[in-house]
Design a binder for this molecule. Structure first.
Ligand SMILES: Cc1cc2nc3c(=O)[nH]c(=O)nc-3n(C[C@H](O)[C@H](O)[C@H](O)COP(=O)(O)OP(=O)(O)OC[C@H]3O[C@@H](n4cnc5c(N)ncnc54)[C@H](O)[C@@H]3O)c2cc1C
Length: 546
């Protein structure tokens, strides 16, 4: 039996030190007044590969920093189980992600507002994106400097990326040197959350500074196992560290920032979720909330693989010890070169049909090839272009499989269950072929390895997507914000029907942002922290007079 211990009383308890949790830990402790407890199930971010951008490839299978989730068999992907890596370490997924800095489209946030979420239009959230940002290129209307999240250009152009950019332009699309500028549409280089060749996770950017403050306590290897309630008021959290179970109390609020899989899991285990599911696992139902864990969205990516005519890809560097040594030395001496690259080098946001208002697909251009994420690179020159549909209609769920918080929940994104998603993916694959067929790109293509020339019809391409499609790691919306009955949090991120309980992480997105999701989650952390502090100010006179 685990021993029990009291871990004291705080103003705020934050569960999860990920992209959003680290922002909150910083902002809520900044005044020096609030006592904050930050619980993180993983450990410190000491693994060297966390801090070297290219090292993200080494973290896919590392259980010390990664929850290593996978989906249930996906019915529309031939019952394949899809990997779902999630950071389990200080910084959360911002410590293991691909570093691409993409906010999403202005229209995403205007849509959130249109769904009934006051305060979340693009005009409303832009100040938070700017406040978070330390943009290497300097400040302007769209960008900020001096923030905690450093954003930088790739260190140098690459000949293959140049060809891809030119070919995309020749296919009729504009060049775009700032995907986070006035418009997302076009082709260009990605920017990264890094500086001087080092990853800029939220643990590095926000938590490091906050940890110098006396009023923040950080507990690592601390798995929150239950939110404690008095009626409909959250009063604390039970957590397990090794064999010991601790109880910590919050005089102010309990804030869940465990991410799109773990926040709904913790709510369900604590008695807040679909009643039938909870009863099935012998959990006392506090409130029947079918929305907790529903509406899971994710970006499915389909990769096309090419054998390159010239030994200019990352495969050629990594597979030859002399080149590898030279790249390592260059990185050590100059902080430049291949080790500074994230999950994509160049990319594009394109419309599969000219009549669309905004891009509906994102292309990632990678200067290496491998059979799967994190797998050994091919022993020949190769590169990958992948497509993902930006606004999937398919919706899935996260449901506990056990009342034991150590047991992974059932994760079922239900990829490609919507006809529109299938059509967009097929159009996206045709689009890649159109670009690859431009002479400026074709000269670098020895062969399309996958899907290959035999795969031509729409049906073939869809079958290829079902056979090989995988996540691009953007699960969201499982504790969706909204004004409707099924929404889990309101527009101030308070769990509906409860006091002193919020969810602040990627799970609250009403719909997945059109792009990579870290920047939007950091923005949610920034905006959410202001809401917590504003609401505390409003209730302070009441508390004093009570
Ligand atoms: C492999 C990979 C590549 C990606 N690439 C990119 C990219 O290039 N660009 C981009 O913008 N986005 C990318 N993303 C997505 C992005 O990183 C996430 O959307 C974002 O980090 C989510 O932030 P979050 O705060 O919601 O959750 P997380 O950052 O995952 O944080 C949740 C934290 O809570 C902790 N936790 C969970 N449950 C508990 C519990 N019960 N008790 C205590 N602690 C708990 C977890 O260990 C974790 O540290 C990628 C993600 C992955 C996994």
């Amino acid at each position: 039996m685990p021993a029990n211990g009291s871990a004291g009383t705080y103003d705020y308890i934050i569960v999860g030190a990920g992209s959003a949790g680290c922002v909150l830990a910083n902002r809520l402790t900044a005044s020096g007044r609030n006592r904050v407890l930050l619980l993180e199930a993983g450990g410190p971010d000491r693994n060297i590969w966390i801090h070297i951008p290219l090292g993200y490839g080494k973290l896919f299978n590392n259980a010390k920093v990664n929850w290593l989730y996978k989906t249930e068999p996906e019915p529309e992907l031939n019952n394949r189980q899809i990997i779902q890596p999630r950071g389990k370490v200080l910084g959360g997924s911002s410590s293991i992600n691909g570093l691409l800095y993409i906010r999403g489209q202005h229209e995403d946030f205007d849509h959130w507002r249109q769904l009934g979420n006051a305060g979340w239009s693009f005009k409303d959230v832009l100040p938070y994106f700017r406040r978070a940002e330390d943009q290497e290129r300097g400040a302007d209307e769209m960008h900020g400097t001096g923030g905690h999240l450093k954003v930088s250009d790739v260190c140098e152009p690459h000949v293959l990326c140049e060809a891809f950019i030119k070919a995309t332009q020749e296919a009729g699309f504009p060049r775009n040197d700032d995907f986070n500028g006035p418009t997302q549409e076009g082709v260009g280089y990605f920017q990264l959350t890094s500086r001087n060749g080092r990853r800029w996770s939220t643990a590095v950017g926000y938590l490091k500074e906050a940890r110098r403050r006396q009023n923040l306590r950080v507990e690592t290897d601390a798995l929150a196992t239950r939110v404690l309630f008095s009626g409909r008021r959250a009063i604390g959290v039970e957590y397990r560290q090794g064999e010991t179970t601790h109880t910590a109390y919050a005089g102010g609020e309990v804030i869940l920032s465990g991410g799109a899989f773990n926040s709904p899991q913790l709510l369900q285990i604590s008695g807040v979720g679909p009643a039938s599911l909870l009863r099935q696992h012998g959990i006392d139902v506090i409130v029947d909330m079918p929305g907790v864990g529903s509406d899971l969205q994710d970006h499915l990516q389909i990769r096309m693989q090419y054998r390159c005519t010239e030994p200019i890809t990352m495969n050629d560097v990594i597979n030859d010890w002399r080149h590898r040594y030279a790249a390592g030395l260059r990185y050590l001496l100059t902080r430049k070169g291949l080790l500074t690259i994230g999950a994509g080098y160049a990319g594009a946001f394109l419309k599969t049909r000219p009549d669309l208002a905004t891009p509906d697909v994102q292309l990632h251009f990678l200067i290496f090839s491998a059979d799967a994420a994190g797998a050994a690179l091919h022993p020949f020159p190769g590169f990958i272009v992948s497509v993902c549909q930006l606004r999937p209609e398919s919706r899935g769920f996260v449901h506990i499989k056990s009342r034991d918080p150590r047991v992974a929940p059932a994760i079922q994104p239900r990829y490609l269950t919507s006809r529109a998603d299938c059509d967009t993916v097929v159009e996206g694959l045709h689009l890649i072929r159109r670009i690859m067929d431009k002479p400026v790109m074709r000269r670098y293509i020895d062969e399309e390895i996958a899907p290959g020339n035999k795969c031509q019809s729409d049906a073939d391409l869809l079958a290829y997507a079902r056979d090989t499609g995988t996540t691009v790691y953007h699960p969201t919306s499982t504790c969706r914000m909204g004004p409707d009955q099924n929404a889990v949090v309101d527009e101030r991120l308070r769990v509906r029907g409860f006091e002193r309980l919020r969810v602040i992480d990627a799970s609250i997105m009403p719909t997945v942002a059109s792009g990579n999701t870290n920047a939007a989650t950091v923005m949610i952390g920034e905006k959410g922290s202001d809401m917590v502090l504003e609401d505390a100010k409003k209730s302070a006179p009441l508390a004093m007079s009570a």
